[in-house]
Ligand binder design. Structure first.
Ligand SMILES: C[S@@+](CC[C@H](N)C(=O)[O-])C[C@H]1O[C@@H](n2cnc3c(N)ncnc32)[C@H](O)[C@@H]1O
Length: 227
């Protein structure tokens, strides 16, 4: 007699998708959203995160990322900070399969970067990489339960899935904790310009401005911690 116990519905693995600037991303069945913008995943990573936070100009950037995902923002930051010491602390509670990550990044010029190669090598475990010019801490845990460093980050990349489906990383309480993690003068950037996100960031004491977004996105947010 076969076992007729009902089993939990299966969630299919993310599917690779091609985005408008030629970079690859993936679609998450669990969240019903893509990891990067359909209008250009690499462009969004560079424009909204690496440049939007001024990390590309910082002499010794320290980045805290909410949602490492496919590492698109990490690779954009490696490219934008070459030659300067980068410390990157990222949280991810649902890492994608190594095979998917390899496929998504196979044609990315940054895939050849030694830090990316070393990351892929140890994928699936929390990572602490120390290479010349690059320190990467990838913590495979729920960021909302983590003890975040205080007054540490020159930039926070808030890149969860959208507030409607991933609300815990956009709550006023958690935005306050991200603000605490910023050093004075530090900048939080995010692709969501939703009113409740702006209000949460203001309530956390940050100066919030709306910037024109990349293709497909009218506005994005940049929020600065006063010195
Ligand atoms: C939009 S994707 C991030 C894309 C990524 N920044 C990139 O550059 O490829 C959102 C990510 O946030 C992760 N995430 C959502 N909530 C989280 C939480 N509470 N703790 C850690 N990671 C979380 C998801 O698993 C997903 O990988």
């Amino acid at each position: 007699m076969p076992d007729l116990e009902p089993s939990a519905p299966e969630i299919s693995a993310p599917e690779i998708l091609s985005t408008a600037d030629g970079s690859l991303s993936a679609h998450s069945a669990r969240y019903g959203q893509s990891y990067g913008s359909h209008f250009g995943a690499a462009t969004q990573a560079r424009q909204v995160f690496a440049e939007g936070s001024s990390t590309h100009l910082h002499p010794a950037p320290r980045v805290l990322e909410v949602g490492f995902g496919l590492g698109q923002n990490f690779r954009a930051t490696l490219a934008a900070t070459a030659g300067r010491p980068l410390h990157y602390l990222a949280y991810e509670f649902d890492p994608v399969a190594a095979t998917l990550l390899r496929e998504v990044t196979a044609s990315d010029p940054l895939a050849a970067h030694p830090a990316w190669a070393a990351l892929l090598e140890g994928w699936g475990q929390p990572v602490r990489l120390n290479q010349p010019g690059v320190t990467l801490d990838l913590r495979l845990e729920d960021v909302t339960l983590a003890v975040l460093p205080r007054d540490w980050a020159s930039a926070v990349y808030l890149d969860g899935f959208s507030p409607g489906v991933n609300p815990e990383v956009w709550s006023p309480e958690f935005l306050g904790r991200l603000a605490d993690a910023l050093q004075p003068g530090g900048v939080l950037v995010t692709y969501s310009a939703a009113g409740h996100v702006r209000r949460g960031l203001r309530a956390a004491g940050l100066s919030v401005e709306r910037l024109p977004g990349p293709a497909g996105k009218r506005e994005v947010l940049r929020a600065v911690k006063g010195g």
